[in-house]
Design a protein. Structure first.
Length: 170
């Protein structure tokens, strides 16, 4: 916390006065990371079907985490512990994935409504799971993007249409 205050050029007490607790500060930092991911995704030309757009969102999210890996691991480690504060991290993450899914083009028509309703949360859980292993040092910086892409593809596989048969792939 002293390092955070020093980096911001404020007194040690200022972050606590502004946010109220260390947990609230960590949630605010996490929400800023998700906002940065969303802004990065919004700034690119993410074309193609839902699967391609989700892959672009994964890449944007991983790049954002890798920009400041030390800070982001600390934040992820903190919000992964039990504490009385809560944030809007899950909701903000779901919004990113819902944006990438869009109307679900490229997904099986019969399953599209369900996919657009359930996949944002499942993608948030999946990405957070990869981040937890990255935070623990079990997934390297170099492997973060690929691992996150693989979990996203796995989650979406049951909703993707085989163009030859018009049937779900999974």
């Amino acid at each position: 916390m002293r390092d955070l205050a020093a980096e911001a050029g404020v007194s040690f007490a200022t972050p606590f006065n502004q946010f109220g607790s260390k947990a609230a500060i960590m949630y605010a930092l996490s929400e800023r990371r998700i906002s940065a991911m969303t802004a990065r995704y919004a700034s690119i030309d993410a074309t193609g079907d839902a699967l391609r757009r989700v892959a672009c969102a994964v890449e944007c999210a991983a790049i954002t985490m890798l920009e400041k890996p030390v800070v982001n691991r600390v934040v992820m480690g903190w919000i992964g512990t039990s504490n009385p504060a809560s944030g809007e991290v899950l909701q903000r993450s779901k919004e990113l994935w819902a944006r990438a899914l869009g109307e679900g083009d490229g997904l099986c028509v019969e399953l599209r409504e369900r996919a657009c309703r359930t996949l944002p949360q499942q993608l948030a859980f999946g990405f957070r799971g990869v981040l937890s292993f990255w935070t623990a040092g079990e997934v390297s910086d170099a492997a973060l993007t690929q691992c996150a892409l693989e979990i996203a593809e796995t989650l979406m596989r049951g909703y993707v249409v085989d163009r030859a048969t018009d049937a779900p792939v999974g």
